[in-house]
Design a protein around this ligand. Structure first.
Ligand code: AFP
Length: 346
């Protein structure tokens, strides 16, 4: 496996039953076998993440039946109401990663500080940053939500004595990233796996995904229109113009779960934008466990991810929960958005 640079996409609930499909585990073992000197830690880490995803998927499915909808009454580090499922998902991922022993440091949207994991010999080589349940304001209304994760290596000279600062590595240093969509959608992430509930396995359903060079979908919360900068307003206007010769107007689609909006646009072509605005000068999305993993995935699928000024993957992180403006999707549209932000008009 190209373990040091692969991108993993896991899929939620869609049926994909075929005896000939490769399971996630088979896929990982095959790829890792191709990497010289691999110890199997990375494969085990992905297996742990897949296991946690299955448990969360089960919880999401039964949320209406047991008392796990609604708020906990606690406000998280982002100043957002924590949902019970946010907390459950956070705990499931922490439990799986702690048990596995391959990870020595975790950063989660639902926890103020990075969490060091203690092991007898503390030899875990990996750091995992994640948003356990992205789009949680959609939980109570059965709209797709998901998990986003990002994997880094502990710097060689810190194995066995990791510090919380080791979580703050540039996006380009990710060794893998992925997302899981829980809900009625299939996925690609470069390699997309779909959970077959009848056997409880993720099956390789979409190998080697490439995102379209351009697209006709744009996703942005237009309720914030008045707080946008001029260039962005002009770009949105351009996408709405009647110009059949280049397939405009575009279509707007906005779910409000980054993971689901990203997934749809990756497959169909388009752009997702969460810009800086006057209320949120750095945007809303978090660099380390929302923007970076998706930027890593989209670049490997032939797409682009920018802050509006430069590649997201080149942003030097300063804090675990820092926010960043996000323009992500088909390369042609991300490039065009940047031109509009720079004052051009087409
Ligand atoms: P929640 O997890 O609080 O629902 O936030 C989701 C999110 O971070 C991202 O998944 C959405 O794309 C974005 O916020 C939606 O934000 P707006 O409600 O401001 O459009």
């Amino acid at each position: 496996m190209q373990t040091e640079s692969s991108t993993l996409g896991l899929a939620g609930n869609t049926l994909a039953t075929s005896g000939s499909l490769k399971t996630l585990e088979q896929f990982i073992i095959e790829r890792e076998g191709e990497a010289p000197g691999s110890t199997g830690q990375f494969s085990r880490l992905l297996r742990d993440i897949a296991l946690a995803a299955k448990v969360v998927e089960r919880d999401v499915r039964k949320a209406g039946l047991v008392d796990i909808y609604g708020e906990t009454g606690v406000v998280n580090v982002q100043d957002e109401e924590q949902k019970k499922l946010d907390v459950l998902a956070h705990e499931e991922f922490v439990r799986a990663l702690r048990r596995g022993g391959e990870v020595c440091l975790i950063g989660s949207e639902e926890h103020a500080e990075a969490i060091p994991l203690q092991f007898d010999d503390c030899q875990g080589k990996y750091i995992v940053l994640f948003d356990p349940l992205d789009g949680s304001s959609n939980i109570d209304v059965n709209v797709s939500i998901g998990t986003i994760f990002s994997i880094y290596k502990v710097p060689d000279d810190h194995v066995g004595r990791v510090t919380v600062e080791d979580a703050l590595q540039c996006g380009r240093k990710q060794v893998a990233a992925g997302y899981v969509v829980y809900g009625s959608s299939t996925i690609n992430g470069v390699n997309g796996f779909t959970l077959d509930p009848s056997i409880g396995e993720f099956l390789l359903s979409h190998p080697n995904i490439r995102t379209p060079e351009t697209g006709r979908l744009y996703s942005i919360n237009e309720g914030n229109y008045n707080s946008w900068e001029r260039g962005l307003k002009e770009f949105i206007k351009w996408m709405q113009e009647d110009a059949p010769e280049d397939d405009r107007p575009f279509t707007t689609r906005y779910i409000g779960s980054f993971v689901a909006d990203f997934h749809r646009n990756l497959m169909k072509g388009g752009i997702y934008i969460y810009p800086a605005n006057t209320r949120n000068p750095s945007g809303k999305l978090r660099l380390m466990y929302e923007a970076n993993p998706m930027a890593f995935i989209v670049e490997q699928a032939g797409g682009a991810a920018s802050t509006g000024n430069g590649p997201i993957l080149d942003v030097e992180p300063e804090a675990l929960h820092q926010r960043v403006p996000v323009y992500i999707g088909s390369p042609d549209l991300v490039e065009r958005a940047k031109r509009f932000l720079n004052g051009e008009t087409s």
